[in-house]
Design a protein around this ligand. Structure first.
Ligand code: CA
Length: 223
């Protein structure tokens, strides 16, 4: 699970990173709103912890912009303010939960677990990209109604690409989320994408899996 921590106060950012990494999450940090929007719209994350007061765009603007760009992952807002009006505003703009500072790190970790659990439960269990259908409960994949048989790794890879359709996933991101490792010299991702492409795209006029040179891979529907 990858978490984006957006916090400009170095000490709090470090404390969050340490606690989340100790719990087993991968953490990427951003110190301002613009970087947060760039990262959240170009990389794959499972949750965002978003401070309200940030240089550049504030947490409210970041939240609103991400929701407008259809980034639907859970957002946990942090702030020193505890006024009911602020909390309502954050939730109205698309935040999923709200934690006033100073917070207890154990409470934060519990909120993170709850949000990730809720997101998993509410996720559409059927992903479709054009004529590709992925049944996430049964881990079965069909294209144009025809079943495609995949190994467990290939399945995890196709689910990652399809659920982030239109987003470039870098080799590093794929390695981290599908293989849970970060060997950046590994050729594994290229090999698996090649195998997956054969099974998913061969014989179809429209290719779903695209290589973005120097950046990674992306699934794209017909325009
Ligand atoms: Ca701040």
């Amino acid at each position: 699970m990858r978490i984006l921590v957006v916090e400009d106060e170095a000490a709090i950012s470090r404390m969050l990173r340490d606690a989340l990494e100790d719990t087993g999450y991968s953490v990427v940090t951003a110190e301002d709103g613009d970087t947060a929007v760039t990262l959240a719209t170009s990389e794959m994350f499972h949750l965002i912890i978003l401070d309200l007061m940030l240089p550049g765009k504030d947490g409210w603007q970041v939240c609103e912009e991400l929701r407008l760009q259809r980034v639907n992952i859970p957002i946990l807002m942090l702030t020193a303010r505890d006024a009911v009006g602020d909390r309502v505003k954050g939730l109205d703009l698309g935040a999923d939960d709200y934690l006033p500072k100073p917070f207890d790190i154990n409470e934060l970790l519990a909120r993170v677990r709850a949000l990730l659990r809720r997101d998993k439960m509410h996720k559409t269990r059927l992903i479709t990209v054009d004529d590709l259908e992925i049944d996430c409960d049964q881990r079965r994949v069909r294209r144009a109604g025809k079943e495609i048989f995949l190994s467990p790794r290939e399945y995890t890879l196709v689910e990652a690409l399809a659920s982030h359709e239109g987003t470039i996933l870098s080799r590093e991101t794929i390695l981290e989320s599908v293989w849970n490792c970060s060997d950046t010299f590994s050729n594994t991702v290229n090999v698996y994408v090649g195998m997956l492409r054969k099974k998913v795209d061969t014989g179809h006029a429209h290719r779903l899996i695209h290589t973005v040179h120097g950046a990674g891979y992306m699934m794209l529907r017909r325009q």
